[in-house]
Design a protein around this ligand. Sequence first.
Ligand code: GDP
Length: 309
Amino acid sequence: MNVVALAGGTGGAKLAAGIQAVAGAGLTVIANTGDDIETLGVHVSPDPDLCTYWLTDQIDEERGWGIRDDAFNVFERLVELGAPEWFGLSDRDLATCLERRRRLDAGERLTAVTSGLARSLGAEATVLPMCDEPVRTRVRTDAGWRDFQEYLIQDHAEPAIEEVEFAGAAEAEVTAEVRDALAAADVIVVGPSNPVISIGPILAVPGLSEAIAGAPAPVVAVSPFVAGEVVKGPTDKFMRAVGREPTAAGVAAAYAGVVDGLVVDAADPDPDPAVEGLATARFDTLMEGAAGRRRVAEETLAFAATLRN
Ligand code: GDP
């Protein structure tokens, strides 16, 4: 079975790991690169790397980012030498980013680099960036435009959000790899990631939502709201900032015209989102442990199968 999953670095990445347990090499992840940043002399690609670390069981689950049991020796020495200290990377994570920088400098496309790094680290699934061109999520606050990582880490995602933009998105193009994966998919899953800043940049690549909607496969999204609450991160805040309700209904509205079905958490306090033509399924969507991730993946794929015609 061929499955394409759209993902950020947490909810979507966890579901991708669950789908990989079912579909193995049949899974292709299309990951958000709007959070990418050049720092410490390397190219950091947080969401694709988090997907890879989830897929290869290296993720520091407790912290929610980076590699488990990894030290920060190189970073600590860099800071001692005068490097900026606000964006930390553990040793093996830094190695991923150094190797990415080397291959990009040698002229490889980001798609080849990202998928190659994931494969080298043992992912069965294919990990693709949403595009090869740089797209950067930026947030406008009362202090002006902030790069996404500055807003998240330096500002602790505290200032009110006045506007969100995906700089460079208009110049981006759907890659052949993304197009082929969507065309060959039996199921397309929009993971339970932040709809605004994790899935939003992916759908902002010109032609990408059309390629999804035009693919023969059913498209299902999983709501990132569990029992009506965000599990982790500023999803609520970003939904409100773009004028959407931070609820399953808000998620349904954000994906109108792109998805055929929406998975809503069984304990979600809201009634089923009343979006015309949208099928819904309700089950427990909290992914606890490998078994939980696999269960949510299986139920999501089973729901998608009911939408296939
Ligand atoms: P980021 O790039 O690290 O911000 O991660 P994502 O955008 O991929 O994921 C953030 C979203 O994942 C949050 O809205 C969480 O509510 C959601 N999330 C995390 N764990 C789970 C889970 O087990 N189930 C569901 N349904 N959502 C989850």
